[in-house]
Design a protein around this ligand. Structure first.
Ligand SMILES: NC(=O)c1ccc[n+]([C@@H]2O[C@H](COP(=O)([O-])OP(=O)(O)OC[C@H]3O[C@@H](n4cnc5c(N)ncnc54)[C@H](OP(=O)(O)O)[C@@H]3O)[C@@H](O)[C@H]2O)c1
Length: 243
């Protein structure tokens, strides 16, 4: 990869206030991208923004609830107004609410679907007209290993990530002729607040680092060539081989 491979590019990262999204935003900025940062908590966004500005790159914070249509419309509109273009979106914002299906409330099911699936859909829909103006441009959706496997007590979360994977597969073909590359990354356990909540039984030191997911994003948005990469699965080395 060239030094500053993303100079002149603008990236929008959702869920950029902490965890995987923060790592992705920092990695893209280190490669020269100007970065729009979205999540609900302004203080966390500002913290990521300051960390990017500390190494001389430009970032801007846009407090957003990705489950809310008006909020996402404003996010994409304000990002393009601020930076003048949009080259890539990383749909990373997500929540995990866990428990047995038989005691899952409708509100819980709907909230998980609204943030994880509807949120990614809305950001894609609003970004596509702007991405179409750049070639190549990118959508990278962060799904999960639960998009391809099932785990007990994760049915709502798993359903929402299957939705993200299905949408991404269809969209990759829908946008191919426009030069918009759509990728989905399916990570296993990553050392963040969410992983601590989902798998309190796990020693967090065995989990992947958020920077490893950011590396995969960087690979996808900086590569040339004719190969189409629909999906990258990242599983942790410490998981039992049969799990
Ligand atoms: N950690 C793992 O093991 C793992 C594995 C596979 C996939 N993933 C996926 O990776 C993504 C990031 O997870 P993480 O582990 O980094 O979680 P995290 O540390 O909890 O961070 C989640 C980020 O998403 C934001 N977010 C949540 N709800 C939002 C909403 N309604 N609107 C806008 N932003 C919202 C959060 O900010 P606010 O709360 O301030 O809004 C936060 O910045 C998620 O999609 C998750 O499903 C995680």
């Amino acid at each position: 990869m060239n030094q500053n491979a993303l100079s002149g590019k603008v990236a929008l990262v959702t869920g950029a206030g902490r965890g995987i999204g923060r790592s992705i935003a920092l990695a893209l900025a280190r490669e020269g991208a100007r970065v729009a940062l979205a999540a609900r908590t302004p203080a966390q966004l500002l913290d990521t923004q300051r960390a990017i500005e500390a190494f001389g790159q430009e970032a801007a914070s846009f407090p957003t609830d990705v489950s809310d249509e008006g909020s996402v419309v404003a996010l994409v509109r304000d990002t393009v107004a601020h930076f003048g273009r949009l080259d890539m979106v990383i749909n990373n914002a997500g929540i995990g609410l866990f428990g047995p299906l038989e005691s899952t409330r409708v509100e819980t099911w709907d909230r998980v679907m609204a943030v994880n699936a509807r949120g990614a859909f809305l950001v894609c829909r609003e970004a596509i007209p702007h991405l179409r103006r750049q070639r190549p441009s990118f959508i990278v959706n962060i799904a999960s290993v639960v998009a391809v496997k099932g785990y007990a007590n994760q049915s709502a979360y798993s359903a929402s990530k299957h939705a993200v994977l299905g949408m991404s597969k269809a969209l990759a073909r829908e946008l191919q002729a426009d030069g918009i590359r759509v990728h989905v990354i399916c990570p296993g356990g990553v050392d963040t607040d969410m992983a601590g909540q989902a798998r309190p039984d796990l020693d967090r030191s065995v989990l992947m680092s958020p920077d490893e997911i950011a590396d995969a994003v960087l690979f996808l948005v900086t590569r040339d060539g004719k190969a189409v990469i629909d999906q990258i699965d990242l599983r942790r080395e410490s998981a039992t081989p049969w799990a």
